[in-house]
Design a protein around this ligand. Structure first.
Ligand code: C5P
Length: 403
């Protein structure tokens, strides 16, 4: 089987730009898609060329840009047909209110609108406009029409606008749009499956301002969330304090302490088909945290610590547990400790890594332990690893459920 990235590298995209200030972000989007290995053919409306030049887009995509229906790059003047026949998807980013109206009504008076109308491939649209234009009944009607026509609408999001107003109408960030395309192209192997995840560190208060925590960044858990969403899963992410933004589409539950994480897991676990404990849960909490800041004194300070509940152990021990996946970060003796941990926790799959290489880092290496033995996922960035891990989880989950 080809890896997901190999599958994606064969994808061809037409990226259509229309005349909005967010067009400058399409340069970054093109770079991201090209870096992911996709072939990007840019087409621009005349208005888009007032915001960013075709030369910029040509340099970034590595291909001549289509801006005109008449005479450019194609001998037969059929660019609107040729382009859509040789692409896997069309993405319009930014899509202005005017262009969305044209799409909704089937107008085709320039190359980009004609090629959208003539397409026989999926269309994804990333609206970008002033908030009043977005909220207007006409635009909302047009968006409803596009949804009914099977078009995928990405965003918009709320925030500061180029016109100085604040509200809904900003184009999704290029990283989000690139992610959306990746998601779009992946087979939905976990469609209808509910995944519950814990991620990040926990923080155990000592007093009003101090606490016990660890260096977990949450990157692995958030990457697994993203990978599960890409496969069509419904994901609930229970996260300790991190500096990351939750992948679009996940239900995020923010917690601070292990006790809060345990409570949140108990609340959501009944629905879950798959539970993945990625969080670096503090093993101990302070017996009696004080509400006020402890004053410094010349003497020592003794803290009494109580053990925290083993959340993964609790889930795996339920009468009808979901398919459980655990993580083990060890500083040494990785193989022995990991294999033993999988057995004591009674879980079908455990992903082990060396703590000193994994915690806080952008890339990692995992060894998966299951009933059939060990499987090495070689060093890669955490999203690539997360996707490979999810493929392994899907295989075992389907075997277990005879899917
Ligand atoms: O027990 P240990 O920390 O070695 O095991 C790590 C695995 O158990 C991870 O999957 C982690 O998320 C989970 N865990 C947990 N609750 C704890 C401690 C660890 O769910 N209190």
């Amino acid at each position: 089987m080809h890896s997901i990235m190999e599958q994606i590298q064969t994808k061809r995209i037409v990226l259509g730009l229309t005349g909005g200030i967010a067009a400058y972000k399409s340069a970054e989007l093109t770079r991201l898609l090209v870096n992911q290995g996709m072939q990007v053919q840019v087409a621009m409306t005349e208005a888009a060329c007032h915001f960013i030049t075709p030369i910029t887009m040509q340099a970034l995509s590595g291909k001549p840009v289509f801006t005109n229906q008449w005479g450019e790059h194609t001998a037969n003047h059929m660019a609107h047909i040729n382009l859509s026949r040789t692409t896997d998807a069309i993405m319009i980013a930014p899509a202005t209110a005017d262009f969305i109206a044209k799409l909704a009504h089937g107008l085709a008076d320039d190359l980009l609108s004609a090629l959208c109308l003539a397409r026989n491939c999926p269309l994804l649209v990333a609206p970008a406009m002033n908030r009043q234009m977005w909220e207007s009944p006409a635009t909302q009607r047009n968006i409803q029409q596009l949804l009914a026509d099977g078009v995928t609408i990405l965003g918009p999001v709320s925030g500061m606008q180029a016109c100085g107003e604040e509200g809904m109408g900003r184009m999704q960030e290029p990283t989000e749009l690139a992610r959306a395309l990746l998601t779009f192209f992946q087979p939905k192997l976990l469609s209808g499956v509910k995944v519950l995840l814990t991620a990040g560190p926990t923080y155990e208060a000592i007093d009003a301002v101090r606490g016990i925590t660890n260096r977990s960044s949450g990157k692995m858990g958030y990457a697994i969330t993203q990978a599960a969403l890409e496969l069509g899963a419904e994901v609930t992410l229970i996260s300790g304090p991190t500096a990351l933004s939750s992948p679009h589409g996940a239900a995020l539950v923010n917690i601070t302490s292990a006790a809060e994480m345990f409570e949140a897991v108990q609340k959501h676990v009944a629905d879950a088909n798959i539970f993945i404990g990625v969080a670096a849960v503090a093993d101990y909490r302070v017996a009696q945290p004080t509400g006020q800041k402890i004053k410094k004194s010349t003497g020592g300070l003794t803290l009494e610590l109580f053990p925290n509940p083993d959340i993964l152990g609790y889930v795996a021990g339920l009468p009808k547990p979901p398919f459980c996946v655990g993580f083990a970060a060890e500083s040494h003796n990785l193989h022995d400790y990991a294999a033993t941990k999988r057995k004591t926790k009674k879980i079908p799959l455990l992903a082990a890594n060396l703590a000193q290489q994994a915690i806080g880092a952008d890339d990692n290496e995992l060894i998966l332990f299951d009933d059939t033995g060990e499987h090495v996922l070689p060093r890669a960035d955490k999203l690539t690893l997360a996707r490979a891990l999810l493929q392994h989880i899907v295989k075992l989950y389907r075997q277990g459920n005879k899917l």
